[in-house]
Design a protein around this ligand. Sequence first.
Ligand SMILES: Nc1ncnc2c1ncn2[C@@H]1O[C@H](COP(=O)(O)OP(=O)(O)OP(=O)(O)O)[C@@H](O)[C@H]1O
Length: 690
Amino acid sequence: MPSCMSTSTTEENVMRIEAKGQGHAQLIESAVHGQLTTVDINQDVRHSWCRCIDSYELDPLQVKKPIVVTRSDLQMRRERLGALLSIARIEMLNLSRQMRHSHFGVMLTDADGVIVNYLGDPAFSEVARRAGFREGAVWSERELGTNGMGTCIMMQRPVLIDRLEHFLVQNIALTCSAAPIFDMRGRLLAALDISGGPDAVQMHTLALVEIAAQNIENRALLEAARPYHLLRFHPHAEFISTPGEGLLMFDSDGTVMGANRSALELLSLRSHEELCGRSIEAVLENSLEFLLQLATRPALRPEALHLKSRQQRLFVTVQAPACEPRAAPIKPLTAPPVLDSLELMDAGDPVVLANQRIARRVLNRDISVLLLGETGTGKGYFAKAIHKASTRADKPLVSVNCAAIPEMLIESELFGYRPGAFTGAARQGHTGRILQANGGTLFLDEIGDMPLSVQARVLSVLEDREVVPLGGTHPVPVDIRIISATHRDLVEMVASGQFRDDLYYRLNGITLTLPPLRERQDIIEVIRRMLAIEIGEQSMRVDEALVRRLARLPWPGNLRQLRNVLRNMLAMSEGDELTLDDFDERCLLSSSAARGTGAPVTPLPAESPAEEDADLLGSAECEALRRALEACGWNVSEAAVRLHISRKTIYRKMHRHGLTREAALDGREAVHAGGEALRPAPRAAQFRDD
Ligand SMILES: Nc1ncnc2c1ncn2[C@@H]1O[C@H](COP(=O)(O)OP(=O)(O)OP(=O)(O)O)[C@@H](O)[C@H]1O
């Protein structure tokens, strides 16, 4: 009977699909556990499968609809890509014309894997709809497992993910080729992808995508290069102005502002960091003057020049800027919803990225995290990010500064006490910090300063997962995740008997060392991000020369010092543009954050005898100013009236002494409370700590 037949066909189909799914899940399991030879499975795919299981906790058999971002979020992402979007659109139209009738869709995603543009062959639209290829859909590896766009973004190189190489069974009928697109500083901006149905596996599709991505990148780069001098070069003169040419931008001071990937290859460099921010004279044999002069020649005839590092000859042309350099407006940093607090930490530094990845691996496991690093490197900030990205995010994060609580109070502060436990105890008793953190995270800051006498009790709480408040008899069960931090050398302290070894081993399930700011390869991006946070909603232009100047400083007080300096500069600036003139290097000397274990501060000589006198009087003046500001609730206008000086002078003096409300509050908090419970903050506020 027809109805029976159709039922059995449906059942057979379901069984066949289930069998296929089980088979695929087994294939992934064998590969992840190294039971398949490298010949069987592409290593990049295997690594991606491992990430899907270990880091993203995905299951190959789960059915996942892609998340779709809101319309306004999509709009914001498109705006952020700027000219790249329209340039890419032209290439995408070309590609889809070439691929007509071959059942493909052409897509552009941003760096988070959100499809910002889709062009599809109508014959492919049904598959595309089912697969979830649509504008706004998030195809990151974290969301949808191994896939062309997501894995290309993750690996930052071209990939072909063919059918069974997809992680989720729901995607194993697809074949996807994707290539990344970078900006002139080597930061990933987007990925271009061609995806199709099962009959569409072609290596040449990947080559097509790669060429198109390279074209988009070069054109976008030429657009971005307009305010700068443009050096185009190649070992063969006839290859200049072809897709394989090297493109390098420099400003009128000769500082390299950016380059394309071919430039790096031709100069045998591995990363943009080796080039950007350096002088062009360090790259080529010729002087800046000579290069600037080449730009004035009417006909762009290639000139033969030599590289500084080797005797290799290159043909070059130099084009003068097509427009005036403009200070780039820094927009408020609004976190896209697919980025979590941990991803936001990563501004491109390999050590920070590695830390972030390791932290993610243990995010929801009962493994303690120990954060090491100089003062101000962001240990507290990182702890907050781990908590917010974890499943405990909606529970409290309780922070205890072990260095700030007097030794005699630390036990009662941590473990709490019952009513009348000791003379002077509050009548109603006190819930200690450990119990306040129940269900959430306890952050033990400056753990190296915890008195030995308290260490044994903390250890027993961690081992037994229960607390006995002072004066109490019954243990109270507690469920906490422990993150601790210190700038001290705990290993050394264990060796010298100042720190219990059993507690040390209990705390360092994993240890992450945060790099000092001066060693971070992403310092420029960190400065930009912090500026964006501090500028907030205001409209303010920031001169790139200022950002580069700040990036060259040693920052002994690390991120805290940087933040204070930026805040002071913004408070002092009068216009809507921040330039080198707003930066007074002397503020580095007095910045409150310069204390601690950072690199030594080299004092700058005072410019005049009067300044030397002022230095002598400095601390008295600073103290008077701080008291006046405190008395006026940090209202600068009121303090100015009280001290009979102008607001501007007050700002100048605050700047000179590194005196900020936050620094003063930090200090006070350290004395009185030693930390407080932090609740999850709204997304937009994630980077601001007021
Ligand atoms: N990734 C980041 N982005 C923006 N601001 C940050 C970041 N990391 C840290 N900060 C800011 O830098 C300052 C110092 O950070 P934090 O207090 O976390 O450092 P720390 O290493 O814990 O310092 P200490 O050892 O002195 O306690 C804070 O104002 C913090 O908000």
